[in-house]
Write a protein that binds this ligand. Structure first.
Ligand SMILES: [Zn+2]
Length: 352
C-alpha cells in the first residue's frame, strides 16, 4: 500500500448524521430569521420561517433570482431533494453577495468568483443520492441556453449538513432507485478520477459495496438499507467535492439541460458504458478493484428497469451536439483519461 499523497479536504463546517437527528434543527437555527427552501411538497417537518420558496423540479436561473430577492434573512434552511438543496445554497450565496446569478454562473454566465461568504445554510436531504449537502456547487438550468451549469465556490459549502435517514423512509421506489444510482455514480467517478486522493479512496471503498448491498433492499422499502443509502449518498457528496467526477456527469449536464430526464436516471444508463470504456483505456488497477466491489455493473443497474435515453427524446441526431457540449463540462476534466469524440459518441449511442 502506497503512502498517501498530499490533499486538502473541503466539506460542510459541521456534518450531523443519524436517524432522528433532524429534531436538533430548532437548536441549530436558534431563532434566526429563516428563508426556507423546499421542493413542491414542502417540508416534512414544521420549520418556522420568515419566507418560504418552493422549487418544482430542478432549479433554474430564474428560480435562483426569485429566491435571492428576499431580504432581512439571517439563515437558509434547505430541505428536500438535490433540487431544493441546490436552490437553497444558491440563495444563500446570492443574498450575501448580491447581483444576478449569471454574473457567477459557469459556462453560460460570466463565471466571476463569489467575493463574500454565503449566509449560513443548513442543508437537509430527503432523498439519498445527490450529496448536495456537502458540495460546493449548485446546478441551475438555463432555459435560454438549453443547458445546466453550476454556481461553484468554496463559499457555497453549507454550514451544516444534517442527514437523517428517517426523512427518506417514504421515498417511492422509482425515486429511490434513480437517486441511489446517482449516489453510486458519485462514488465510482471520484474513486477512479484523475483527482482521487487517499481520503476519497477510503470512503469510496466503504460506501460502494454498501450501495451494491443496500440499494435493491432500499427500493423494496427496507429501513436499515435506507440508512446505508443515506450514508452512502453523503459519502458520494464528500467524494465528488474533493475528487471531481467524470464523463457520466460530463454528459448529465448537457442532456439534463435539453431533455426532461431526471439526473439520476441519466447517470444510471451511462454509468456502465463509461466505466467499460475507461477501464479498457487505462491500466489503472483501481478498475479491477472496482469490478470486484460492484460485480457485473451493467446487470446491477439493469435490475432497476430505468428507461434508456431515447425514452426522454434523445436520438442519434442529437449525439454530435451533446458530445461537443459534454467536452466543455467541468466534470469531464476529472475523467481518468481524455476521451476522444468518437469514444464519447459511442458511449452516448449505447445509452440511447
Ligand atoms: Zn450526480
Amino acid at each position: 500500500m502506497s503512502v498517501p499523497g498530499a490533499f486538502e479536504l473541503a466539506t460542510a463546517s459541521r456534518i450531523v448524521f443519524g436517524a432522528g437527528r433532524v429534531r436538533e434543527l430548532p437548536a441549530i437555527v436558534a431563532g434566526r430569521r429563516t428563508l426556507l427552501v423546499t421542493g413542491r411538497r414542502g417540508s416534512p417537518i414544521p420549520i418556522p420561517a420568515v419566507h418560504h420558496v418552493r422549487v418544482d423540479g430542478e432549479p433554474t436561473v430564474e428560480d435562483a433570482r426569485r429566491a435571492a430577492a428576499h431580504t432581512g434573512i439571517e439563515i437558509v434552511v434547505a430541505i428536500g431533494g438535490g433540487s431544493a438543496l441546490d436552490l437553497g445554497k444558491a440563495a444563500a450565496a446570492l443574498i450575501a453577495n448580491g447581483g444576478d446569478p449569471l454574473r457567477y454562473l459557469e459556462i453560460v454566465g460570466d463565471g466571476q468568483p463569489l467575493p463574500r461568504p454565503s449566509l449560513p445554510c443548513i442543508a437537509i436531504p430527503t432523498t439519498a443520492g445527490t450529496g448536495s449537502e456537502v458540495t460546493r456547487n449548485a446546478v441551475l438550468g438555463s432555459r435560454e441556453h438549453g443547458v445546466k451549469a453550476s454556481l461553484r465556490s468554496p463559499h457555497m459549502l453549507p454550514a451544516v449538513a444534517l442527514v437523517d435517514p428517517e426523512l427518506t423512509y417514504d421515498l417511492p421506489p422509482s425515486l429511490t432507485a434513480s437517486t441511489g444510482l446517482d449516489a453510486l455514480t458519485q462514488l465510482i467517478e471520484p474513486f477512479v478520477s484523475a483527482k482521487a486522493n487517499a481520503f476519497v479512496d477510503a470512503i469510496c471503498r466503504d460506501a460502494i459495496p454498501r450501495v451494491i448491498a443496500a440499494l435493491p433492499r432500499a427500493v423494496a422499502g427496507d429501513r436499515a438499507a435506507r440508512g446505508d443509502m443515506a450514508y452512502a449518498s453523503l459519502c458520494g457528496g464528500l467524494a465528488l467535492a474533493n475528487a471531481g467526477l467524470g464523463a457520466v456527469h460530463g454528459f448529465a449536464g448537457p442532456i439534463g439541460g435539453r431533455f426532461p430526464a431526471p439526473h439520476g436516471a441519466i447517470c444510471a444508463v451511462l454509468l456502465p458504458h463509461v466505466v467499460a470504456v475507461n477501464a479498457a483505456r487505462t491500466g489503472d488497477p483501481k478498475f479491477a478493484e472496482l469490478a470486484a466491489m460492484t460485480g457485473d455493473l451493467a446487470a446491477f443497474v439493469a435490475q432497476f428497469g430505468l428507461p434508456p435515453l431515447s425514452a426522454y427524446g434523445v436520438s442519434a441526431a442529437d449525439v454530435p451536439a451533446l458530445v461537443a457540449q459534454a467536452r466543455q463540462a467541468s466534470s469531464m476534466k476529472a475523467n481518468p483519461i481524455a476521451l476522444a469524440d468518437d469514444e464519447l459518441a459511442d458511449i452516448l449511442t449505447r445509452a440511447l
